[in-house]
Design a protein around this ligand. Structure first.
Ligand SMILES: [Fe+2]
Ligand SMILES: [Fe+2]
Length: 316
């Protein structure tokens, strides 16, 4: 017998979630560790650049970090850079009062640290072209950011649950791909923050599954169906994503198996009860999205393997 609960308004959802936000905010503040970007940057390796101070121009030979890892660093940094747009979105949707407001500001402050740390690191170590980086930042931020569901509370919570975990995985794998222990250490530190953000949002949506299961299911199905990384407005994003995926830093297999599935498991998605007709339909659509993702991930893995085999054959 399908449930026939009346859907809650966006306002009602925010009110229902407020105590959950308060509890998880306390949890977050208890677990989050203070850290300082400047401690992670090898400042004495730095050299003055050309231009105003007449130092040395950047050259690709300044760094030994592999090309794909440099691309991933740029994408990750530009993504962090767009924080003002994300802040506007969540401040508008979640509000600035009470526990919601405290969270919105605290989260913004933590994310701000990530961009600062990565930029300082890249500039001092000359890992990427600082002129191209600054121009790319201007283009990306000038375009702003909004996701497809920015006026829907549960869709936004589902989105950030996946996105924070995606960012965690991407930072971790980028760190490894650089081959630079200092960079890896910094990105692991940032990834630990992203994990706490993911847990915060995931817990909120878990609560929504208790009091509005069908709306929560609809949100998850829609978001998994049209998920795009927040950096998708970056100039050349499609090409950069392929490069990142070919290097195994972030690909569809990781997206499905290491990001989407673990979060779905935490919500015990296949055993949620009390769904109405649309909730059941959403769950079926979610299952379809997952099998489509599986097919696409396998296809990509096969193409990548074939490509690697061709490269190996050429250099043999
Ligand atoms: Fe971040
Ligand atoms: Fe985050």
């Amino acid at each position: 017998m399908p449930s026939t609960r009346t859907p809650l308004s966006q306002e009602a959802l925010l009110i229902e979630l407020e105590p959950v936000v308060a509890t998880n905010l306390d949890r977050h503040l208890g677990l989050a560790k203070e850290w300082f970007p400047h401690e992670y940057v090898p400042w004495s390796d730095g050299r003055t650049f050309d231009g105003v101070l007449g130092g040395e121009a950047w050259s690709p030979a300044d760094s030994t970090i592999p090309e794909a890892a440099r691309t991933a660093l740029i994408v990750n940094l530009l993504t962090e850079d767009n924080l003002p747009s994300y802040h506007r979105q969540i401040a508008t949707l979640f509000g600035q009062d009470g526990a919601w407001g405290t969270w919105v500001h605290r989260w913004t402050a933590e994310e701000g640290r990530h961009g600062t740390a990565i930029r300082d690191y890249l500039t001092v170590t000359r890992a990427v072209d600082p002129v191209a980086l600054e121009r790319a930042r201007m283009v990306h931020m000038s375009a702003g950011y909004s996701n497809q569901h920015d006026d829907e509370v549960l869709h936004s919570l589902a989105y950030v649950s996946f996105q924070e975990l995606a960012t965690r995985i991407s930072h971790r794998n980028t760190g490894r791909a650089t081959g630079d222990p200092l960079c890896e250490q910094l990105l692991a530190r940032i990834a630990a923050d992203e994990n706490l953000h993911m847990v915060f949002y995931r817990n909120l949506l878990a609560a929504a599954f208790e009091f509005a299961p069908s709306q929560a299911m609809r949100a998850v199905a829609d978001v998994v169906g049209d998920f795009q990384m927040p950096g998708n407005g970056i100039d050349g994003f499609a090409r950069k994503s392929v490069q990142i995926a070919l290097a195994g830093i972030y690909d569809l297999r990781q997206h499905r198996d290491d990001v989407v599935n673990p979060v779905l498991r935490q919500w015990d998605i296949w055993n949620v009860t009390g769904l109405d007709v649309d909730g059941e339909l959403a769950r079926e659509q979610l299952a379809e999205h997952l099998s489509e993702l599986d097919v696409a991930a396998t296809r990509f893995e096969e193409k990548r393997a074939a490509r690697e085999a061709r490269t190996a054959a050429r250099s043999a």
